[in-house]
Write a protein that binds this ligand. Sequence first.
Ligand code: DX5
Ligand code: ZN
Length: 222
Amino acid sequence: MRTPIVAPSLLAADFAEAGSALRTVEESGAPWIHLDVMDGRFVPNLTFGHKMVADLRKRSKLFFDAHLMTESPESLLDGFVDAGADAITFHIEACVHAHRLIERIRAAGLKAGISLVPSTPVSSITEALRSVDMVLVMTVNPGFGGQRLIPRCVDKIAEIRAFRDREGLSFDIAADGGVNQATAPGVVAAGADILVMGSAFFESTDPAALVRGISALAMPGS
Ligand code: DX5
Ligand code: ZN
């Protein structure tokens, strides 16, 4: 049986204790860590770049899921490949030549993801969905952790899931933003395979129990 993957987001951790945050994720049993890269232009916030990812890479075998909330993701790609990311997700709103960038990410041996903000319709990524490994549906407006999930974005997950089933495609669907114990069941029922969790994970008093609970949610069609 397939179970949902929990991807804790480093954004909600204390950056001065990033190494210890990695250990918290490892000890929780979550197989992924989600790395939010923000450039202060595509989103009104700044986080970290290649060096942070490379330094974390030396300390962990977790699956590194880099989410580029940046302009010109194509110019940043090589740095994140060299830093040891396992997956790179960029935004359709930041890239005209999405197909080319997806091909470049995959040619480097990484999983390629496409993301869309709440105001972007699913129709804008239907071509990209034919070549990606993952789609990251923003369930809040990107830029900050700790926001409330926008219910309409869960409908987009269901729409993408229906498209995947209809077209016989196999990309994974991730939900990012406002996912917690209360909202996760609806997100998984809509068709998400991967749940990014920032504040819900790092504010939890028992992250391992949280991960176990989410991993036990029944996935439709599995
Ligand atoms: C938001 C980021 C998210 C963020 C989610 O712009 O892309 O990955 O960390 O945080 P929570 O889970 O707190 O909404
Ligand atoms: Zn993210």
